[in-house]
Design a protein around this ligand. Structure first.
Ligand code: HXC
Length: 256
């Protein structure tokens, strides 16, 4: 009910579906998101995932009405659940693209940042407005924003709570592409299909090497790359990919 999930031509579409509350994330939505990504993880037919929001918002944040009723311990539980969801999205061995159709505020911006790639509609707006509510970003935002746009810009956004346009989000590296509103989904599907046409083990390995290596020192990260590279190099799809190049034909990857 809170999430629409469908698979079409190898792409999983996850749509947050609470448009009346601008897709605010309450505990039920977080639980459904976790379930959807658990299913995605196990489904071999899904090669790429697109996350978007129903209506005018991507996600306008964690549910303020629900949070207002929670004490500190209960708020912490909600935060832990949010972290579980974002960490699962980040760890799932498939590319996840956020198609940011509108407001991506607070937990919504954090959800977009947990995805691998962000494509924004020209109408999208981004902010971490939590300090205006007496809290701070709690679904990983203080960490992922600083890693994506740098410490200074993350502090600027989090401390001022300023809402920024898609163009500004693109300028600071918070989104990778901007599309006209009516072209957003086509653009997201195009990127998803491009990635889905590559060797799945290579894509999963690249995601893991980048994500895990980013949190390591350079020496450990280099070592990690060598280990993950070796796994991809031993795959059947490596044999197929290189043979296809040499035989001047398109590869047929088998995810093996
Ligand atoms: C609950 C929300 C909501 C939210 C919007 N709504 N955002 N409900 N939680 N985060 C509800 C409104 O109450 C309203 O319900 C309906 O959605 C439509 O919103 P409006 O405000 O009437 O729309 P508009 O005037 O267009 O303004 C849009 C908006 C504004 C600028 C996005 O709604 C807004 O500022 N929302 C809050 C954004 C925010 O602060 N997000 C961060 C949350 S903290 P009714 O019933 O009146 O129609 C967070 C922390 C994460 O995310 C970590 C926590 C552990």
């Amino acid at each position: 009910e809170n999430i629409k999930y469908e698979v079409s031509e190898g792409i999983g579409y996850v749509t947050i579906n609470r448009p009346k509350a601008l897709n605010a994330l309450n505990m039920d939505v977080l639980t459904d998101l976790y379930a959807a990504f658990t299913e995605i993880e196990a489904d071999e037919t899904v090669k790429a995932v697109i996350v978007t929001g129903e209506g005018k918002a991507f996600v306008a944040g964690a549910d303020i009405a629900q949070m207002s009723q929670l004490n500190a311990l209960e708020g912490r539980e909600m935060m832990i659940m949010g972290h579980k969801v974002m960490n699962l999205i980040e760890a799932v061995e498939k590319p996840v693209i956020a198609a940011v159709n509108g407001f991506a505020l607070g937990g919504g911006c954090e959800l977009a940042m947990a995805c691998d790639i962000r494509i924004a509609s020209e109408k999208a707006k981004f902010a971490q407005p939590e300090v205006g509510l007496g809290i701070i970003p709690g679904f990983g935002g203080t960490q992922r924003l600083a890693r994506l746009v740098g410490k200074g810009m993350a502090k600027y956004m989090i401390m001022t709570a300023e809402m920024i346009s898609a163009a500004e989000a693109y300028r600071i590296g918070l989104v990778e592409k901007v599309a006209a509103p009516e072209e957003l989904m086509d653009e997201a599907v195009k990127v998803a299909k491009t990635i889905a046409s590559k060797a799945p083990i290579a894509i999963a390995t690249a995601k893991s090497a980048i994500n895990n290596g980013f949190d390591m020192d350079m020496k450990s990260a280099s070592k990690f790359e060598i280990e993950t590279f070796t796994a991809a190099f031993g795959s059947e799809d490596k044999t197929e990919g290189m043979a296809a190049f040499l035989e001047k034909r398109a590869p047929e990857f088998k995810n093996k």
